[in-house]
Design a protein around this ligand. Structure first.
Ligand code: ACO
Length: 195
């Protein structure tokens, strides 16, 4: 396995990976049936592309995978997801709370279905924390939407700043906005203070 920085030439291939993995499987995307596996999503892809353009995204690649190969929306389902993420983060006011002017946020972590459970996500997250340190960030933040990403964050020393249980996150009619099957039960905003 090689761990590499994602370059602009890789971004199309990374987007293809995300369409096959994250877009369908991330717990909140799945709960609202945002995408079928392989389906594209314009707004989410714009977010991914903008995040990759920041130059701090990492990929784990295996075997002979070449770099070339890796190379607010009108969608109400999409808006549901970003409403919970944005409102929780806005309320936390992290820049003021931690007195920082920059935060490295891990927005998306995604591993191909057939490569899951081998520690790749944990290693990628660990390397992202290392990158945050190297780049002088004082705070690393993750909106961990499922049990596995939360487990990874805890094991790397991130603290849980806010937990919103999906069963208690209700719409105007008092119904849960997201039906998220176990083991995923909450959104956790997790942070690591970097000395
Ligand atoms: N069942 C039980 N435990 C599991 C499972 C599983 N299916 N998958 C992972 N875990 C546990 C592992 O045992 C490990 O815990 P441990 O270190 O205590 O043993 C921990 O979760 C991390 O395991 P990794 O192997 O590092 O994770 P993996 O490489 O499989 O990737 C990921 C995890 C990224 C969540 C993957 O399942 C995925 O791509 N899911 C779809 C997208 C998604 O949900 N991403 C996270 C959303 S939050 C965000 O993006 C910021």
């Amino acid at each position: 396995v090689r761990y590499v920085r994602i370059t602009s030439e890789m971004s199309e291939a990374v987007l293809q990976h995300l369409r096959d993995s994250f877009f369908a499987d991330e717990p909140l995307n799945k709960a609202v049936s945002l995408c079928e596996r392989g389906q594209s999503h314009a707004a989410l892809e714009r977010l991914c592309a903008a995040t990759m353009a920041d130059g701090l995204s990492l990929a784990a690649m295996e075997g002979d995978t070449s770099t070339e190969k890796i190379q607010q929306s009108s969608d109400e389902k999409y808006n549901k997801i970003f409403t919970i993420l944005y409102t929780v983060s806005r309320d936390l006011d992290l820049f003021n709370t931690y007195q920082v002017d920059r935060i490295l946020e891990c927005r998306i972590i995604s591993v191909s279905e057939e490569a899951r459970g081998r520690g790749l996500a944990k290693e990628l997250m660990k390397r992202s924390v290392d990158l945050a340190k190297e780049k002088g960030f004082k705070l690393f933040k993750v909106d961990a939407t499922g049990a596995f990403s939360q487990r990874i964050c805890r094991s790397l020393g991130l603290e849980e700043l806010r937990k919103v249980r999906y069963s208690e996150y209700l719409d105007d009619a008092g119904e849960p906005v997201f039906q998220v099957p176990p083991p995923h039960d909450a959104l956790c905003v997790m942070v690591l203070k970097i000395p």
